[in-house]
Design a protein around this ligand. Structure first.
Ligand SMILES: Cc1ncc(COP(=O)(O)O)c(C=O)c1O
Length: 392
């Protein structure tokens, strides 16, 4: 091991922003001999066969050289068309860049938007990466606290604004709650964004994973905001292509041009092999996607039913995404458990169910459980949770 005590120092950001809490918790060691992992938001399906074959064919046929920094033109076009079909906003291929996952799309957009000290509104409960990325990009995350329904009130949105506010990040359906905002909140956010000249980063990586009715993309409801929105999409959840590391951002051309310049100096472009797989995935007729969402809906309903009615536990039915986010604070209070971190450790080590703490998502007193685990594992996990919460 190389000694670390006399090395030169890291910068302030690298010293203060830690590893993603969700990745750290997923990697935590478990004392139970037969753990059930409900931490990771990764569908257990394989990607569609066409996407796998297309990626393999690209390797076999040697289509593996450097490509354009913005991504393959055909894929930029396919992503733009796909998005336009869903949200009704016509886009040119020049309005889209391919990125190494949705994560990189959000990061690169923030990197091109923020000046040091600019504030970004993030709505709790939030995906912790939003906060960390704002910090990595020199901005200031401003957390908007939710009401009892786990959504922000219009008053709390107004109270969080300041002259330094530069952007908001809206993630729907949300990780971790699976919620989608109602029309009144969306209209208020749209009004504020117009009045204050804000960017809106729309994280739609779970957009197609909706269980009770059609997808409701934000821009379909406020198309006149397209000139200030960055729509972030991903092949990870929609096509179970997590390890391909492919996502996209669609936005006004000047921002995309800046993001292409950034990519050209950093990653060059996301994997060409993955891009060929993605082209095949987008060319599918939608039946693979419907079948996988149907399978996830069964798991959502089963997991929700298993936790509903347990004493001291409140659980909402998520409208989309891959998670349940039960409120466990009452159970904790009546069982002398001081923090949801302590509860997560007990669940992990005593009954072998790995979960994430609500505190990591800015909402202490909750747990995040992934419903994307294989159905049999999820069933086993739910039985153990029922035993734990029901019996103790
Ligand atoms: C809310 C949200 N946005 C973006 C992502 C990024 O996914 P990827 O980088 O795999 O596209 C995730 C992944 O878990 C997520 O939960």
């Amino acid at each position: 091991m190389i000694p670390a005590d006399s090395m030169p120092s890291l910068n302030a950001r690298a010293s203060s922003v830690g590893i993603s809490p969700t990745m750290a918790a997923a990697a935590a060691l478990c004392k139970h001999p037969d753990p059930v992992d409900l931490t990771v938001g990764e569908p257990d399906f394989l990607p569609p066969p066409e996407a796998r074959e297309a990626a393999v064919a690209a390797i076999r046929e040697g289509r593996t050289k450097y490509g354009p920094a913005a991504g393959l033109p055909a894929l930029r076009d396919a992503v733009s068309q796909d998005l336009a079909r869903r949200d009704g906003v016509a886009r040119a291929a020049e309005n889209t860049i391919l990125t190494a996952g949705g994560k990189a799309a959000i990061h690169d957009a923030l990197r091109c938007i923020l000046n040091p000290g600019d504030e970004v509104l993030i709505f709790a409960p939030y995906w912790p990466t939003f906060r960390d990325q704002v910090l990595w990009c020199g901005g200031v995350p401003v957390i908007v606290q939710p009401g009892a329904d786990l959504l922000p009130s219009v008053e709390s949105i107004d109270a969080a604004l300041s002259p330094r506010t530069r952007a908001v990040i809206l993630n729907q359906p949300s990780n971790p709650t699976g919620r989608v905002w109602d029309a009144e909140r969306l209209a208020h956010l749209a009004k504020v964004a117009r009045e204050r000249n804000l960017w809106i980063i729309l994280d739609q990586v779970y957009g197609t994973v909706t269980y009770d009715g059609p997808e409701r993309p934000f821009l379909a409801q406020a198309p006149d905001l397209a000139d200030r929105c960055v729509v972030v999409e991903s092949f990870s959840k929609r096509f179970a292509m997590t390890g391909y590391r492919l996502g996209s951002a669609s936005a006004p051309a000047p921002l995309i041009t800046a993001m292409v310049a950034l990519a050209s100096s950093t990653v060059t472009h996301p994997s060409i092999i993955a891009q060929h797989g993605a082209l095949a995935a987008l060319a599918l007729d939608g039946s693979w996607q419907r079948e996988t969402v149907d399978s996830l809906r069964v798991r959502r309903d089963r997991a929700h039913a298993a936790l509903s009615g347990l004493p001291g536990i409140e659980v909402q039915l998520p409208q989309g995404a891959l998670y349940l986010f039960p409120k466990v604070s009452q159970w904790m209070a009546s069982h002398g458990v001081a923090s949801d971190g302590e509860l997560v450790a007990r669940l992990r080590d005593e009954v072998g169910v790995k979960t994430l703490s609500g505190a990591a998502f800015g909402a202490p007193g909750h747990l995040r459980l992934s419903i994307a685990a294989p159905a049999a594992e999820l069933e086993k996990g739910m039985e153990r949770l029922q035993g734990f919460f029901g019996a103790k």
